[in-house]
Design a binder for this molecule. Structure first.
Ligand SMILES: [Zn+2]
Length: 301
């Protein structure tokens, strides 16, 4: 109960190879919709190489997850620490500073839509240089943002109230891999952009060295990350939906978590443990270059 089996979103194939399982968290401190004891298989499509969860949370479970106000005020991270996204506002806004700089180098203004804007951290980091609006479908989240000085519209993408070609920039920050139909989402983003408009994506990279070394111990695996893109599958998605990929960046060295010597030493030590079959002794992977990626693409036609 709570799970559904799906065909590949990228190519429709039902031939998938099992990579490993990820575990739900049984921790009592988790919001109820997050809690569970299930093993969720991570699979790779035999035809196009897309990596995704299958079977994955069904519609009912996804709704319960995102409509739960506790998800944003208190969850447990992979190290078992209690975290509140709300309480980390200043840090999370600051973490977008490098993304805003990268965007500004390509488009210095214009009408911008941030899809799945959550509590508006990216909108806040943007400042006043863009005519920006956010789209968010979690009702408790939209409620929490009411007092903030930016516009957030409540809709569940790909549903939206906007006109075709209305935007100069469309952004998805850590959102595409949460959506049940990312291919459909990019098609809708294409329609929302004017010709030549810019698409910006940030998210987990499953093709990085840490994801490859750690497998099921990769820290960015989560039951609500339904898809795990890498540079190849992301380019495939851009090509299929009318975008031309301009480039990929891996913004680790400029981030506040960068500690390459310490992280690198740990990865080498863990690599040895994982190779000798001692995965249960290995803590979730550290941050590192290549764990997350940032992509820019233009609407090509
Ligand atoms: Zn496929």
């Amino acid at each position: 109960m709570g799970f559904e089996r799906v065909a590949c979103n990228g190519c429709g194939s039902s031939a998938h190879r099992h990579l490993f399982d990820i575990q739900e968290s049984p921790d009592e401190r988790q919001p109820p919709a997050w809690r569970g004891n299930a093993s969720i298989p991570v699979v790779r499509c035999e035809r196009c190489g897309l990596v995704f969860l299958n079977p994955r949370y069904d519609e009912e479970r996804i709704v319960a997850l995102y409509q739960d106000p506790q998800m944003f005020v208190g969850t447990i991270d992979p190290e078992g620490r209690s975290r509140s996204i709300m309480a980390e506002r200043a840090m999370r806004v600051a973490r977008f500073a490098d993304d805003v700089k990268a965007l500004h180098r390509r488009r210095s203004g214009g009408r911008l839509l941030d899809i799945g804007c959550g509590l508006g951290f990216f909108l806040e980091a943007l400042g006043s240089r863009y005519d920006a609006v956010g789209l968010e479908w979690s009702a408790p989240v939209v409620e929490m943002t009411r007092a903030l000085p930016f516009t957030i519209v409540e809709h569940r993408f790909p549903h939206h109230p906007f006109k075709a070609g209305e935007f100069d920039v469309v952004t998805f920050h850590n959102v595409l891999d949460h959506l049940p139909d990312p291919l459909g989402a990019l098609r809708t983003a294409h329609d929302l952009l004017r010709p030549g408009g810019l698409l910006m994506l940030t998210g987990v990279n499953f093709g990085g060295v840490v994801a490859r070394v750690y497998g099921s111990r990769f820290r960015l695996l989560s039951p609500n990350h339904l898809y795990y893109f890498d540079p190849q599958s992301l380019k495939h998605y851009a090509d299929r939906t009318g975008f031309r990929l301009l480039g990929l960046e891996y913004p680790y060295f400029r981030s506040d978590v960068a500690d390459p010597l310490r992280h690198g030493a740990r990865i080498i030590a863990d690599w040895w443990r994982l190779r000798s079959g001692r995965a249960p002794q290995v803590a979730p992977s550290p941050p590192f270059y290549g764990n997350v990626m940032r992509a820019f693409a233009v609407r090509a036609n």
